[in-house]
Design a protein around this ligand. Structure first.
Ligand code: ADP
Ligand code: ZN
Length: 738
């Protein structure tokens, strides 16, 4: 009889401890159970890793409590956590912490229960009359129960009958009714009604795409991942919906990941409405849910009640028993990467999960990531295309405005062509979106006159400006040089590091168009809970003429009356010190442009740029993804960047600059001693964001062909290197943000 459990306590590194399973818990303890265990004088929460027949450790203590009464973690997800810990260089405990939402993991909230009343016997008019003569309030209450005709929450009955809860207790004592507790789900969309929708009739391309997914669904062996490459507005979502329907018909479930930012009410509504028609529950998992809602939505999935999950990054761990399909929308999105430990990429974990579950996975995008495209080219993924917008709606016309020719200074953020274009929309009562790229921290030097950007001679990424040392540095190869005082290209002293905020843009728009109705949408303006929803609602109703925003408005929104999109500073994202800068800029321009002309009217996009000839901007202008990819692949291959190599980025931080720098240098030296041939370890350099939250940050990057070999080398050094107390080291495997 198994009577011992190996338990991994939370936040205690990876030291597992054995405990005795008391007989009355024997049924409840299994790998994946959450338990409370005693350690010294305290009780700790932890996860059961294994159940053992025997233990030779003397003097073991007993498990104190099994939380939630059942194993919460599914075995397959358990295995996924092991893989994450191994691949992404983090403790098993950290990897496992992803598997359950905090509220579930720590059992901070429990199911919400309410009292329901139901009649115990037939209630006649005669009964009611007799009762009314003696106790009119009881008669009213009983009447309400009778009228409801099914078990009903007492709080509701109190309102209909106009009596207090005590009256129902009396009825219970007299044997008229029974009062029972039932769970009620805290549903984030409780107040919303979803009008059921039917499948749309697919166009030819869509029909072929759906067919390809259905073949994968029917495949007896794990199918290759499908890359659904469909231009904006080509009807990808409709393919998702109908694929899921096919999976549900087989009695299996579906997992849909979307970036947090596009988990808008619009998206959720489309899923809820479609599956309402099939009487299927859709669970929604994301970070803006209240604790109780998150708890209940999670259990709705764990219990098998919801067969469809739509959620953001962490929903990749949704506890579906046997998913029949996994969909990752906007697969290129960098927000799938978690920027704190464990630094997993939900898209990549989804691919692995699908492989282990043996189910198809569909990665959808209008601008697939270079990594995924590479996988199409080497045959690992299957490509499915949607080249046309539905209803043959035209792609918007994209015009580039050369900002080098406009005047310098404040208002120059708006070129004359953009001002004219907005004016004409205001006159016609059409809407405008103004987009400001906020990626990058304006640490790059850009010449306002000729558009020159200081780049690394070895790596072809923008150099980072470090004010303290008045220096430019490349944090990939370690190259440094003095910051120039005049532009190296045109000799103009107008070289500076540029940057303009949304607030400033809004101010300028108000000044130029004092009568226009303007709203701003960025992280600051949207910090109030409902602001996002309200602003979008107002925009949709036409109560706003011009919407100014950041990345937040780039994705997935559908506004038929928007005919103009202005991109204020297309360059800003181009000159961040990251080899993905070109890819991101292309993606962003394409996505933002996709917001224009989604209705009957044609859309126009104005792109303001200081580097109008850069390939990302030119290819985006011509809606030419493949042209862009071809030159981007060449660049990546030439400089040995992913996907032609793998990368691990190690960041060391400390409040002391010297300690951070010194530790990084030591780390680099040790790494070079243990790394096998074929792995390049760069010199220690300041991180692009050299000081953040009071910490100085230094980095080294490893590049090679095997991620595992690099992870292992990093782990080895990490374990052997004695760290001063105030120095922290983080390894980022397959980094997305350099
Ligand atoms: P994507 O996800 O590729 O951007 P959507 O799925 O959002 O595209 O589709 C864009 C619009 O076209 C939506 O309003 C959608 O309802 C509509 N649509 C999609 N497929 C069809 C179809 N076969 N017939 C008519 N309308 C469609
Ligand atoms: Zn370099």
């Amino acid at each position: 009889m198994p009577s011992f459990a190996r338990v991994l306590p939370d936040k205690a590194g990876d030291r597992a401890l054995d405990y005795i399973i008391p007989p009355h818990m024997a049924e409840m303890v299994a790998p994946g159970s959450r338990v409370k265990v005693p350690l010294r004088a305290r009780l700790l929460q932890g996860t059961v890793l294994e159940v053992l027949e025997d233990s030779d450790v003397p003097g073991l203590k007993e498990i104190h409590e099994v939380m939630g009464g059942q194993p919460l973690i599914l075995p397959k997800l358990f295995e996924l956590a092991r893989w994450i810990s191994d691949y992404y260089c983090c403790s098993l405990e950290a990897a496992m912490s992803c598997l359950l939402p905090q509220v579930v993991r720590q059992a901070q909230v429990s199911a919400k229960k309410r009292n329901f009343a139901r009649a115990l016997r037939e209630i006649t008019d005669d009964d009611l009359e007799k009762l009314a003569a003696k106790a009119p309030r009881q008669a009213d209450a009983l009447n309400a129960v009778q009228q409801a005709g099914k078990p009903t929450a007492i709080t509701e009955l109190c309102q209909t009958a106009g009596v207090s809860e005590g009256v129902f207790r009396t009825l219970e004592e007299k044997g008229w009714i029974a009062i029972e507790q039932e769970e009620v789900a805290r549903d984030p969309h409780a107040g919303d009604t979803f009008i059921p929708t039917q499948d749309l009739e697919l166009n030819e391309e869509q029909a072929l795409a759906l067919e390809a997914v259905k073949v994968a669904i029917a495949s007896p062996t794990p199918p290759r991942p499908i890359l659904l490459f469909g231009v904006t507005g080509s009807g990808k979502t409709e393919i998702y919906l109908q694929s899921i329907k096919a999976v549900l018909a087989q009695g299996r479930s579906a997992l849909v990941l979307v970036p947090e930012i596009s988990l808008t009410p619009q998206t959720v509504e489309r899923f809820k409405a479609r599956f309402a028609a099939l009487q299927q529950e859709v669970a929604v998992l994301h970070s803006h849910l209240a604790a109780g809602e998150r708890h209940d939505e999670w259990y709705k999935v764990r219990s098998g009640k919801a067969k469809i999950v739509i959620g953001a990054r962490s929903a990749v761990f949704a506890p579906l028993e046997s998913p029949g399909i996994i969909i990752v929308d906007e697969e290129h999105e960098s927000s799938y990467k978690q920027e704190e430990t464990p630094r997993y990429n939900a898209r990549d974990v989804a691919v692995l999960r699908a492989q282990r579950e043996g189910c198809p996975i569909v990665l959808g995008s209008a601008t697939p990531s270079i990594e995924s495209w590479h996988n199409v080219q080497n045959g690992k993924y299957q490509l499915v295309r949607l080249a046309q917008r539905v209803d043959d709606r035209k792609m918007p016309v994209i015009r580039i405005v050369d900002m080098r020719k406009t005047t310098k200074g404040g208002e120059s953020a708006f070129s004359p062509p953009l001002v004219t274009a907005i004016e004409s929309r205001l006159k016609k009562g059409e809407q405008t979106i103004l987009f400001l790229n906020r990626r990058g921290f304006s640490t790059t030097m850009l010449c306002e006159v000729c558009g020159h950007v200081c780049e690394c001679p070895n790596c072809s990424v923008a150099l980072t400006y470090h004010r303290d040392a008045s220096q430019l540095a490349c944090h990939i190869c370690g190259h440094t040089e003095r910051a120039p005082k005049v532009c190296p290209e045109c000799r103009d002293p107008g070289i500076r590091h540029a940057g303009i905020g949304t607030q400033k843009v809004e101010d300028i728009v108000r000044k130029i168009f004092p009568k226009a109705r303007i709203a701003r949408m960025d992280a600051d303006a949207m910090s109030r809970k409902d602001a996002y929803r309200l602003t979008l609602g107002a925009f949709k109703k036409g109560e706003i003429d011009i919407l100014v925003g950041t990345q937040m408005i780039a994705k997935g929104l559908h506004f038929p009356n928007v005919t103009l999109v202005g991109i204020i500073n297309a360059d800003l994202g181009l000159h961040v010190p990251d080899f993905r800068a070109g890819e991101r800029t292309f993606q962003l321009l394409t996505q933002v442009a996709g917001r224009a002309g989604r209705g009957e009217m044609e859309g126009e996009v104005l792109v303001q740029s200081y580097t109008p000839t850069s390939p990302s901007i030119q290819f985006a202008r011509h809606h030419d993804f493949e042209g862009f990819v071809e030159q981007e692949m060449e660049f990546r291959e030439r400089f040995h960047f992913p996907p032609f190599s793998r990368m691990v980025l190690v960041t060391v931080r400390s409040e002391s600059r010297e300690k951070a720098e010194f530790t990084t240098q030591t780390f680099v030296r040790r790494l070079r001693e243990v790394t096998p041939e074929g792995i390049a370890v760069s010199e220690a350099t300041p991180a692009p964001l050299e000081k953040a939250k009071g910490y100085y940050r230094f980095q080294t990057a490893l590049r090679g062909t095997s991620t595992r070999a690099m992870s292992r080398a990093v782990q080895t050094v990490l374990h052997a290197l004695p760290l001063p107390e105030d120095v922290f080291i983080v390894a980022d495997v397959d980094p997305v943000q350099l």
